[in-house]
Design a protein around this ligand. Structure first.
Ligand SMILES: Cc1cc2nc3c(=O)[nH]c(=O)nc-3n(C[C@H](O)[C@H](O)[C@H](O)COP(=O)(O)OP(=O)(O)OC[C@H]3O[C@@H](n4cnc5c(N)ncnc54)[C@H](O)[C@@H]3O)c2cc1C
Length: 403
């Protein structure tokens, strides 16, 4: 594997970095305080092509590879988690799921407008009584002729009040456990769909998180994604992509904390010298450099595996577990380095800490990832081939312009 970024990857990195630093960084503290997602974020991510960065051009995207997605996520999280979370749900969890599992008609109908940034997508899996235990969901989808009637409530859904399309999971066979789950695309303007924001979150405050309720929502058969009973597999394969963006994003959080701490420790003095000279402070800085280097290598490897069409559930889970814990630990140490100043929002380290707290919970809690890693190592868990894998990256094919 070549660790150098290509010219195109560097261009995407610069684009994401400049957007985050020039347009978002100046207003992020205020957005975080107001607990509101600024209106311009999603349209600007769309205009810049980032909402479809790794979707083939023929489906409205930029035709870039999966490493580019990781590089972009690192730049977005460097400024604030809410930017990257929008990309995680819209692109990785929803659009890449459609790329993998959708029919040609569904890709043209839902994926293409999402990749162009004309419509936004969400991923509606979690319910009030079912988070890690997905199979315990209560949402139902009852077939009536050429339609399904959907009922249920989803909570903690990112972009719930912003998105036009929900990738929604419901039971078509409630007795069959995880094998009874089916995936659908639900348009949020369908009669019977209601959404609302959740307020009072610890972090991710400049992002949108809410609940979605479906009451007797009639969805045509052609909006079913995959076959009946394939929903659990579809959800887990989408999470392979979402977790990749969480992991690569967390590497950006670590880099932001490292940069802030290096600057502060060179400026702040105690006992007649800059605090960077104190060995116990140096130890914390050293931990951050290690977290950054390991996390970055891990996401480059997973991106490379995705580019080559290799199954990466195990490696992605390891990346997400490591990088989210690394971001949280680095943020905790960064506050300590800043002393009392770290405890206020004068510096951004406390915001990164509140934000990083979510990353060890969503897209599989750290406990769930530890169980997965142990099960793989012990031979209790093996990945079976899916009916449809995420397509490997093929530069020419992906970048060919639409007729
Ligand atoms: C900011 C934010 C955004 C989110 N966005 C989305 C979204 O867009 N779409 C979506 O579908 N969901 C979203 N979620 C929900 C998230 O995915 C769930 O919170 C997560 O899956 C955990 O579920 P839970 O909160 O119900 O916790 P639970 O599953 O109830 O877990 C509670 C505790 O029990 C532990 N636990 C559970 N099972 C086991 C086990 N077998 N062994 C050991 N410990 C266990 C957990 O690790 C945890 O510590 C979001 C959450 C947050 C905080």
């Amino acid at each position: 594997m070549d660790f150098n970024l290509t010219v195109e990857q560097k261009q995407a990195q610069k684009l994401a970095r400049e957007f985050a630093k020039k347009e978002v960084a100046p207003i992020i503290k205020e957005a975080d305080r107001n607990q509101e997602m600024p209106d311009f974020i999603l349209p600007r991510l769309g205009e810049l092509g980032l909402l479809g960065v790794c979707i083939p051009v023929k489906y409205g995207g930029q035709g870039m590879d999966y490493i580019t997605l990781g590089v972009v996520c690192e730049e977005l999280d460097y400024v604030d988690i809410s930017l990257r979370t929008a990309l995680s749900v819209h692109l990785a969890l929803n659009s890449m799921g459609l790329l993998q599992w959708g029919t040609e008609e569904q890709k043209q109908c839902f994926l293409a407008p999402q990749a162009r940034g004309q419509k936004y997508g969400m991923f509606a899996l979690t319910e009030p009584g079912a988070g890690s235990d997905v199979a315990n969901m209560r949402s139902t989808a009852r077939r009536e002729g050429d339609e399904y009637v959907i009922n249920g409530e989803k909570t903690w859904i990112s972009l719930a009040t912003q998105a036009h399309h929900a990738l929604w999971f419901a039971k078509t066979n409630p007795e069959a456990g995880s094998r009874g789950i089916t995936a659908f695309i639900i348009k949020t303007d369908h009669p019977g769909v209601t959404t609302a924001e959740i307020h009072g979150k610890l972090g991710s405050r400049a992002g949108s998180t809410g609940w979605v309720n479906c009451q007797n929502v009639r969805v045509p058969l052609v909006h079913r994604i995959g076959e009946e009973g394939e929903g659990f597999k579809i959800a887990m394969s989408c999470l392979d992509n979402g977790r990749y963006t969480v992991g690569s994003g967390c590497v950006g959080t670590v880099r932001a904390l490292l940069d802030t701490c290096v600057k502060y420790t060179r400026e702040r003095s105690a006992f007649g010298a800059e605090i960077g000279k104190l060995q116990l402070i140096q130890q914390k800085i050293a931990h951050m450099t290690r977290n950054y280097e390991i996390g970055r290598l891990m996401y480059l490897k997973v991106g490379w595996m995705k580019n080559h069409g290799l199954r990466n559930t195990r490696e992605t889970s390891q990346l997400k577990w490591f990088a989210s814990e690394a971001a949280l630990n680095s943020a905790n140490e960064a506050i300590q380095i800043h002393g009392a100043y770290g405890y206020s929002d004068e510096y951004n380290v406390e915001r990164h800490m509140r934000n990083a707290r979510a990353t060890t919970i969503y897209e599989g809690t750290s406990e769930v990832h530890q169980l997965m890693q142990a099960e793989y190592a012990l031979g209790y868990r093996k990945d079976r081939k899916l009916r449809r894998e995420l397509p490997p990256y093929k530069q020419k094919e992906w970048q060919d312009t639409q007729e």
